[in-house]
Ligand binder design. Structure first.
Ligand code: PLP
Length: 430
């Protein structure tokens, strides 16, 4: 299968090229040239299969035979070693899909681990540098997915002081082939530094750069799989009336859901839920794309005001002739986020701010005859401090976190200065 550059449709690459290059010319995102559509009988058949078998089929539908079905099955099995359970405990009309049962307790484990498996599959002897910016959870997922892989150096930029200390402990204590860099700026500044590096042909070649952000198409494709898993677990009568609310920052997760729908998965509509960084909700209501400065919120993994994946969302709507008016949306303040967390707690579900935002907007936008589902993207213990103070109750630390809290932070520190980052990339790559 081919993938084309959204900024220059003439640039068409294979899956392996899209995987290893990350971005195309002019920092353009890659997008599938063919959008496969499965017959509904085939979708029904897939929904009866186990998660790994089904996911391998879905990924092969987008990726084609560059990766043989046998290898795909093996790699998916190695990547998806944890479940995505659907809970229907809070109401008859609303379900929760928990995506945080992987090693770093956030949904980003799915994409990062699949990408690492794919890169290991196509690796050559030439060392590569994975450069990525994180608003919190990507860094941990990428660091753990790549930790110890031969010939791979990982450099992770994150906004200094703007991620939770537990998040930081989870990925800044590994060492080895993982370099973490605290940047004296916000997430958008980190993302800009990554883009500048990719624009720098010399650096790109010298250290053999790749990105593991959600801009890498392999991560996005992996995330399609858990939408199928969600539908597979849904009550049969919910399938035709299913509405999914996605807590969104860079909009990779939503893009994956839309790709699942485009493949034929019965999802009636989606809801994009953001925090106060509401560039997309404002765009959908006014038609104007206006980026405000990023503000820090309780849901820090969604503190993104220039969402990277939005061009992919628009392209998919254009190609499928869908209307953006059918995409529901809502932006939630920190205060309302806290209220939603408390409400969920009274219903018997402990959530963290990101999931609570999706729940809140779902509740506002769900129609009577519909069945709602929201994605729980991180384990509440990952946001222990804020969750405990909002809910006034203690949270036990899961093992993945407890084992790291007493380890020293190994991060480097850099100002928002591309020249300094450049030197850092070159220096340590010797
Ligand atoms: C990354 C992240 C999000 C946002 O996902 P996008 O794909 O960037 O829209 C939401 N919640 C959590 C916990 C995250 O880590």
């Amino acid at each position: 299968m081919k993938f084309y550059n959204l900024k220059d449709h003439h640039q068409q690459v294979s899956f392996i090229q899209a995987l290893t290059q990350g971005l195309g010319k002019q920092q353009g995102l890659f997008f599938p040239l063919e959008l496969p559509v499965l017959e509904s009988t085939e979708v029904d058949h897939l929904l009866k299969q186990d998660f790994v078998t089904r996911s391998s089929r879905i990924l092969s539908a987008f990726i084609g035979d560059e990766i043989t079905p046998e290898i795909m099955q093996k790699k998916v099995k190695a990547a998806f070693t944890f479940p995505a359970p659907l809970l229907t405990t809070i109401s008859e009309k609303i379900a929760i899909l928990e995506l945080f049962h992987g090693p770093t307790l956030a949904f980003k484990d799915f994409g990062a681990r699949f990408m690492a498996q794919m890169l290991a599959t196509v690796a050559t002897d030439k060392p590569v540098t994975i450069l990525t910016a994180t608003s919190g959870d990507t860094g941990a997922a990428v660091a753990h997915a790549f930790y110890g892989l031969q010939n791979v150096r990982v450099v992770i930029l994150y906004p200094r002081g703007k991620i939770s200390s537990l998040q930081e402990k989870l990925f800044c204590t590994l060492g080895g082939n993982i370099d973490t860099v605290a940047i004296d700026g916000d997430f958008d500044a980190c993302q800009t530094l990554v883009k500048q590096s990719f624009d720098d042909t010399e650096i790109r070649q010298k250290v053999n750069l790749n990105s593991a952000n959600s801009i890498n198409i392999s991560r996005l494709l992996a995330q399609i799989c858990y939408y199928f898993e969600a539908v597979a677990q849904c009550p049969q009568e919910a399938r035709e009336q299913l509405v999914i609310a996605v807590p969104s920052g860079n909009f990779g997760n939503l893009t994956a859901g839309l790709l699942a729908k485009s493949l034929g998965l019965p999802i009636k509509r989606f809801i994009a839920a953001t925090n106060a960084n509401d560039t997309v909700p404002r765009f959908l209501s006014s038609g104007k794309w206006q980026i405000n400065p990023t503000v820090a919120t309780l849901s820090n993994a969604m503190d993104v005001s220039a969402p990277n994946n939005w061009p992919r969302v628009e392209e998919l709507f254009r190609r499928k002739k869908w209307s953006l008016q059918d995409l529901a949306y809502g932006a939630v303040s920190d205060k309302t986020t806290q209220d939603a967390m408390r409400e969920l707690a009274t219903l018997g579900y402990i959530s963290e701010p990101h999931a609570a935002i999706a729940y809140q907007v779902l509740r506002e936008k769900l129609h009577q005859d519909e069945f709602g589902l929201f994605l729980a993207t991180a384990h509440p213990a990952k946001f222990k401090e804020s969750v405990e103070s909002i809910l006034q109750q203690q949270l036990p630390l899961p093992k993945a976190l407890a084992s790291r809290v007493n380890l020293p932070l190994l991060s480097h520190y850099l100002p928002v200065d591309y020249a300094k980052l450049r030197t850092f990339l070159l220096q340590q790559s010797q």
